[in-house]
Design a protein around this ligand. Sequence first.
Ligand code: SF4
Length: 180
Amino acid sequence: MILHPRILLHICCAPDSTAVFERLAADYDVVGYFHNPNIHPLEEYVRRAEEAKRVGRILGFTLEPALYAPDAWDRAVAGLENEPETGARCTACFRHNLMAAAAKARELKIYWFTTTLTISPHKSSARIFEIGREAAAAHGVRFLETDFKKKDGFKRSLEMSKELNLYRQNYCGCKYSLRS
Ligand code: SF4
């Protein structure tokens, strides 16, 4: 039996976790972490969190509990409320979630962590890698720099989401993306 190293996977939403998990599972023992206090309102957060748990049950990974603390997220993006989507508010949002993921990996003694965020065609993988490295250095762990949108990753996530009949949200997550 081959023992794979563990990796903490920050999951931004259930659909994105499908193809990312499929790719990681070949080489890692994946532990999910749904840390997304950016999601507004609470009902939407609960819906997405429950869907992430459902994918975990189907595909075979566990989810570490995460706190929902939108006030802390509000403070992290203070002053950036009117930034356009993909702008500086999103950079601060990525940093908030990836810092939390790196801290959780450290707490669980998991050396590697990564995120489903790079599977999105709307998100800059280079920027996410930079923030991942910053979070890893701050918490003494390693960030796995994989651009999951490559090799048709996004297309595969659409196929798997359809097969599993997953809820697909129609806005990124925060109150500012809801109004735009
Ligand atoms: S648009 Fe998405 S990535 Fe940007 S701040 Fe809002 S939730 Fe975060």
